[in-house]
Ligand binder design. Sequence first.
Ligand code: CTP
Length: 420
Amino acid sequence: MLERLANKHIVLGVTGSIAAYKAADIVRRLREAGSEVRVVMTRAATEFVTPMTFQALSGNPVHLHLLDAQAEAAMGHISLARWADAILVAPASADFLARLRQGRADDLLSAVCLAGDVPLAVAPAMNQRMWSDRATQENIQGLKSRGILLFGPEDGSQACGETGVGRLQEPLQILTQLAEVFSSGALDGLRVLLTAGPTREPIDPVRYISNHSSGKMGYAIAQAAAEAGARVTLISGPVALSPPPSVLTLPVVTALQMFECVVQQLKHTDIFIATAAVADYRVTEVAPQKIKKTSAPLTLQLSLNPDILGQVKQQAPHIYCVGFAAETEQVVPRARIKLQQKGVEMIAANQVGGENNLGGFSSDNNSLTLCTPESEVTLALAPKAKIARELITHVARSYPLWRQTRKASAQILRFGKPPL
Ligand code: CTP
């Protein structure tokens, strides 16, 4: 379950409570689960635990001030909110909850919460009287009605010597619920097949032709699909990435190997997402021995590789197919041409290269325009994990509609149009 926290960006807010020391354990466990953590402390929190503790545990500087000249364009709250996949405030004091309820933005943590459009969870910790007070309870109702998630608090003995509801939940319990945030169930029961990374086309035993694809986008989509409940198979060219958790990863090297591996998986596939940067050509005759240099120019003859995505659509039209189009110019018009030529359901287009590299191959960020025959949606520049989840949300939404339409047109073909 905690594997859903792998590769997630978590902003952990720590507020002024005696339970602030438990946030150190939360950071440690988040990192163990593979999350990257940035800690934001309120001034009161620093009275309980030093920022140094969180800096050492998170491996990142701790964020303390709203107006920080060091922060990017002095807008630390905006960049932190954009960076986050989720914001967790643990422990959340009564005062912080009241301020969050009011939508205040006069310290860094409340401003980050206000600026974020990602899941926000609070784990309250306070004296049991303060928790049961009507003011706190009204604040909690208000926060819940805005979709803010509430983890705890627990019943038990308290640091102040009293007993009752108000204890911070145990770190493991908090993380288990946080991991849930990343499981949408939108692709429950569906089987997703992906290709990712580059392919390598050998020239001789020591040389090859390849490209700059890092595989990051494909791996992020594989993880997002698994988190959405799909059974995921990822056919990957050579990359320097660890296989995503809960994903069956099959390594290949050449385009022909990738093609064969894809074909073998087709009968177990509902949705195919081709993110691989497949080499269009392979060397026609691979030299069995290392080619020695001479003073004469060298000519290599290249043969066209199979278009894996195009072939899948032809051989298995019942599979919902998503392709990628990396372009340096005229991104959307070219994506539309690909959509038609390959007859696929969606092309995710992105700009690569150029002085102003907005994302693409080796970057950790990307922006995509999802083109379908009926629509065009742009996903703004964001970390690839976030873009991947948004893409999966769109696929999960359009897949059932597409299937229904396909079934209906198949029936019309078989039985003719029903009378009006
Ligand atoms: N693709 C594939 N097999 C290939 C080539 C591409 O499956 N042999 C897939 C890619 O994974 C991607 C999409 O097709 O989803 C890209 O389309 P395509 O036009 O074939 O790729 P480019 O080689 O980038 O196109 P061009 O060279 O025409 O710009």
